[in-house]
Design a protein around this ligand. Structure first.
Ligand SMILES: [Zn+2]
Ligand SMILES: [Zn+2]
Length: 385
């Protein structure tokens, strides 16, 4: 407990500043890849606290990497910040922070900064990475591809969740766009001359709907038609649709991917409309957990006063680019319950009332404490983690 008291005393000096980060990002919501005000603000804060900052970073204008390197031979702990908002949640349809990424920014920066003030007890290097556009393109995917995590030993991140959960399932996900090219004809006078691209899209949906019976229960497949022709009296010569396909593991998703593509090939064969397909966004992997990190985080969450901790693999799961990070670097991703007076969930409008409130500030403090305490303990128990 002495170690915790020690860290708490240092945190108290900076709590107001960390609350300011939370509230500033909340009050300046920006969409993915457009987080210019947010990223500049966060970079300024990190520089003020003595971090070396690379900004922009990894060929993304709103990404940054902030480091305090004590000694290259020591292990490195990394905190991942997010700061993209969601479209349409504001009072007049403007973006707003309905997924609480303002809170992630404050929690991750707060952890990095607090750890930097504990050089006497933390024996390692510190990295804070600003990762843009989690909700859309998934900025972390490019970072993984470019080897950003190769010299990092452990990654930490907390996200607001419905429950505090150390084992929140996230699904591997691919995004596929299908386009079919047919031949236009007068739909009444010369239907025999037409090749109907929209029929191909409809048959693809039918094929996928049959496939649903014969997949594991973790699979989610959801699609929309993005182009279905221009007028009922013209046989559509072009039609297109987009799907997200998801599964609990990358391995199974790769098998599912082939089956979905086969449905599209079947639709092409049945109609004669030529098929083209591509992934239209980055692919996400499922989050892989490390038992020893889960245990240390659980112990420390309890120490800082977070009691109701679940380690169930919840069945309701989305997908996140932190999954890709966890496949290449040991990652402790934790969902933290807000415990607001109403049961509010991320991506609900009602949660906006609470994400710059005392509930968010309290959970920010506790999450910072739990992550920093874990980092200090890991650095004290081993030179290599
Ligand atoms: Zn979200
Ligand atoms: Zn989120």
């Amino acid at each position: 407990m002495e170690l915790l008291e020690n860290i708490k005393n240092v945190l108290e000096k900076y709590t107001d500043e960390f609350i300011q980060i939370n509230d500033f990002i909340f009050n300046n919501p920006e969409l993915g890849e457009e987080e210019f005000i947010s990223s500049q603000y966060l970079v300024n804060v990190l520089k003020k606290h003595g971090f070396e900052v690379e900004y922009p970073f990894c060929s993304m204008e709103t990404a940054f990497k902030a480091t305090i390197i004590k000694d290259e031979s020591l292990p490195t702990i990394c905190f991942l910040a997010e700061y993209d908002a969601l479209p349409g949640y504001g009072a007049n349809g403007e973006p707003a922070h309905a997924c609480g990424h303002n809170w992630i920014a404050a929690t991750s920066l707060g952890s990095g900064i607090l750890l930097s003030k504990l050089q006497n007890i933390y024996n390692g290097n510190i990295v804070v990475i600003g990762t843009p556009a989690e909700e859309t393109l998934g900025g972390k995917c490019k970072m993984v591809e470019e080897g950003v995590f190769n010299d990092i030993n452990i990654v930490f991140q907390c996200h607001i969740g419905e429950k505090t959960n150390l084992n929140q399932k996230t699904l591997a996900m691919d995004s596929i766009e299908f386009e079919f090219y047919g031949r236009a004809a007068h739909a009444a006078c010369f239907p025999e001359d037409g090749i109907n691209a929209l029929d191909a899209v409809n048959l693809l949906f039918a094929g996928i709907n049959c496939l649903r019976q014969h997949v594991t229960s973790d699979v989610r497949i959801h699609g929309i038609i993005t182009n279905g022709g221009s007028a009922p009296n013209i046989t559509p010569d072009y039609a297109a649709c987009r799907f997200y396909i998801r599964a609990g593991s990358r391995e199974y998703l790769n098998k599912l991917y082939k089956k979905v593509i086969d449905c599209a090939k079947g639709a092409e064969l049945m109609t004669g409309a030529r098929l083209r397909f591509k992934n239209f966004e980055n692919s996400f992997d499922n989050v892989r957990y490390v038992k020893s990190l889960q245990s240390i985080m659980e112990k420390n969450l309890k120490k800082v006063g977070i009691e109701n901790i679940s380690s169930d693999e919840e069945s309701s799961a989305g997908s996140s680019d932190i999954g890709n990070v966890s496949q290449v670097c040991p990652t402790m991703y934790t969902e933290i319950a807000l415990e607001a007076p109403e049961n509010v969930k991320v991506h609900e409008k009602e949660i906006l009332k609470y994400l710059s409130s005392e509930y968010a500030h309290d959970k920010m403090n506790k999450s910072i404490l739990a992550m920093v305490l874990s980092a200090v303990e890991l650095s004290q128990n081993s030179n290599k983690f």
